[in-house]
Design a protein around this ligand. Structure first.
Ligand code: ATP
Length: 366
């Protein structure tokens, strides 16, 4: 069993707290993603496990061993970096085989294993090529090959797809996913790209400002975000947040008295918020329906900009008075809906899908 445990891990650089109170379990064979905005502490968390960064306090366990003070070389963790970090003076075969050479593995066995790994990554025809003559995607496959060849206990990847173009990123993404499943190696993977995280991970660890905000499956962090940060970070375009009050009839109104922004919550969800005079209403862009005629219990707005996206369109809607109190909402609607700039539209909401967040703490209100 090669599970990973972080227990109260903290890393400080002088006054700067890079990460704090990191408590985390990754099961044997699990694909875990450290996700969050730039500077939130993802890389520091990963480097502490690799042994490249020494925690200020706390412990890290790999399998049955406390590795907190173990030299990186003795942790049996393989790391893949964003910039691939290949040896430029060696060809592909030598790069992939290098970890085995260092470990003193016999030449014949090494050649066999290199061939095996190259076939797994579908690059056997590249084995005698120089690194400089490879595309970014090919270099990344060589980097993966070098990481998996010595069958590490844990696989660590720091934004491995960041330097690849969009199309290559997609194909490498599925390759990494399949490879991880086939090898069954416990994996921690850093990215700031929530779409990449959702498509790859069994478990997402959402971080902000040095702290873990939520740990859960892709579905959990999307559908049951624990707080406003997670709700806003996961999903594209981002969730809309509106500061509201609620009355006894279950009608929510913008606290800024935005003209047109009131909505009666009808599906019984209003009860959740009855203890809150003011809270933050969170609505994902696709949970609105757009109407071009006035309707009962609809939010009246004006189309500012429409961005076609093939089958869908993203519509920026101004509610209220542009020169006074107003809110801008992002709405995702089928492209068949006519959303003409400057014209009025009416929005209804599937209120079984809305979320409420505490105005002070940002925690989700159940
Ligand atoms: P990015 O996505 O930009 O790489 P990250 O989420 O991986 O960011 P970290 O690199 O872990 O974040 O950095 C977390 C915090 O710790 C940041 O505020 C960063 O400036 C700080 N930090 C990281 N390494 C050092 C260092 N060697 N010295 C001082 N501060 C550091």
């Amino acid at each position: 069993m090669v599970n990973v445990e972080y227990d109260s891990v903290e890393k400080r650089y002088g006054e700067t707290i890079a990460v704090e109170d990191i408590n985390l379990s990754v099961a044997d064979g699990e694909f875990a993603i450290l996700l969050g905005p730039s500077g939130c502490g993802k890389t520091t968390t990963l480097r502490c496990l690799a042994g490249l960064t020494e925690p200020t306090s706390g412990t890290i366990t790999l399998g049955d061993y406390d590795v907190t003070d173990v030299h990186p070389k003795n942790r049996n963790a393989a790391m893949v970096f964003q910039n691939f970090a290949l040896y430029p003076h060696m060809n592909v075969r030598e790069n992939i085989g290098y970890p085995l050479k260092v470990a003193g593995v016999d030449g014949d066995v090494r050649a066999e294993r290199v061939q095996e790994v190259a076939e797994m990554l579908e690059i056997p025809e590249l084995l005698d090529r120089d690194i400089d003559n490879l595309s970014g995607g090919q270099q990344q496959r060589v980097a993966l090959g070098r990481a998996i060849i010595r069958r590490p206990s844990v696989f660590l990847m720091d934004e491995p797809l960041a330097n690849l173009d969009a199309k290559l990123k997609m194909s490498m993404r599925s390759r990494i996913k399949v490879l991880q499943r086939e090898l069954g190696i416990t994996t921690l993977y850093v990215t700031h790209d929530q779409e990449e995280a959702m498509s790859l991970g069994d478990k997402l660890i959402v971080m902000d400002q040095g702290h873990i905000q939520q740990i859960g499956s892709p579905d959990e962090v999307y559908h049951e975000p624990e707080n406003r940060f997670v709700a806003g970070f996961i999903g594209s375009p981002s969730m809309n947040f509106i500061d509201v009050t609620i009355d006894d009839s279950g009608t929510v109104r913008s606290t800024d008295a935005v003209d047109g922004l009131e909505y009666r919550l009808e599906s019984g969800v209003a009860d959740r918020y009855s203890d809150h005079d003011e809270f933050i209403l969170g609505i994902r862009p696709q949970y609105f329906s757009v109407h071009t005629e006035p309707m009962d219990n609809a939010i009246r707005g004006q189309v500012k900009v429409t961005e076609p996206q093939g089958d869908d369109q993203i519509v920026d809607v101004l509610v209220g008075d542009e020169d006074g109190s107003h809110v801008e909402l992002t709405v995702k609607a089928p492209s068949t809906v006519e959303a003409v700039r400057t014209e009025e539209i009416w929005l209804t909401v599937d209120d079984t899908l809305v979320h409420g967040f505490d105005a002070q703490s940002g925690s989700r209100i159940d």
